[in-house]
Unconditional design. Structure first.
Length: 232
């Protein structure tokens, strides 16, 4: 089993998510209760799903959620049990609507906060909470009004300011991650902190890729920089 996890880790570092998925799945087949194998398998399902055509994504996100929930059940005090569930639920929510989407949003926040209780230095959970605050703060008046009338309202307390604080904390603990800098910059622009946003967009572009989708974050960062340049 340890060999399967090691091979999965090697594939993950090479951004070969399908090979990582195959090896983590093999590890879980050998020991269906192993903490490391379970949370990494959940992550792999979510990552592979994200790279697939949209019609194929929900099945992988459902497997990510199922695997992560098993990990939480068996290892409730471990940080990545809750983190993998927060990520999986965030992906599942992309294909849900209405009241269910709002329920999932609350659960994502709770799981990310539980991750930080288990590991206060978990930059991934800080990033998830930053995204949570950003996405809810970014809803327009009509979207908020509809949610209040039809579904009884949205989770409260979301703000760009709180999103920025979480992204800044994520950078403190993992400054080499381009995605942290990109999301922080995007939030800073909402707060009219343009000079700071530019600096973090430049950081995003200058850093080596850490995650498999960092090339996409860098494309978005370049577009934001170009937009800033055109507006000045």
């Amino acid at each position: 089993m340890a060999q399967a996890i090691d091979e999965g880790d090697n594939a993950y570092r090479k951004f070969d998510n399908r090979a990582a998925l195959t090896n983590y799945r093999r590890a879980v087949e050998l020991d269906s209760s192993d903490y490391e194998a379970l949370w990494k398998l959940a992550r792999a399902y979510a990552d592979v799903g994200m790279s697939l055509p949209k019609k194929e994504q929900p099945a992988y996100y459902a497997l990510a959620e199922k695997t992560a929930r098993r990990c939480v059940t068996l290892h409730p005090d471990s940080s990545n049990s809750h983190f993998s569930l927060a990520v999986a639920l965030g992906r599942v929510a992309l294909y849900e609507g209405g009241k269910r989407k709002i329920q999932i949003a609350r659960e994502v926040k709770a799981e990310a906060e539980q991750t930080l209780r288990a590991d206060p230095r978990h930059d991934g959970a800080m990033h998830v909470l930053g995204r949570w605050h950003y996405e809810l703060a970014d809803l327009n008046f009509i979207e908020r009004a509809v949610a209040k009338i039809v579904f009884g309202g949205l989770p409260t307390g979301a703000s760009y300011e709180q999103a920025a604080r979480y992204f800044e904390q994520a950078i403190q603990y993992r400054p080499q991650a381009p995605v942290h800098h990109y999301e922080f910059a995007r939030t800073l622009l909402k707060l009219d902190r343009v000079a700071e946003a530019r600096r973090h967009l430049e950081n995003c572009l200058a850093l080596p890729d850490v995650f498999w989708d960092d090339s996409q974050h860098k494309l978005k960062a370049r577009k934001l920089l170009d937009k800033i340049d055109r507006s000045q």
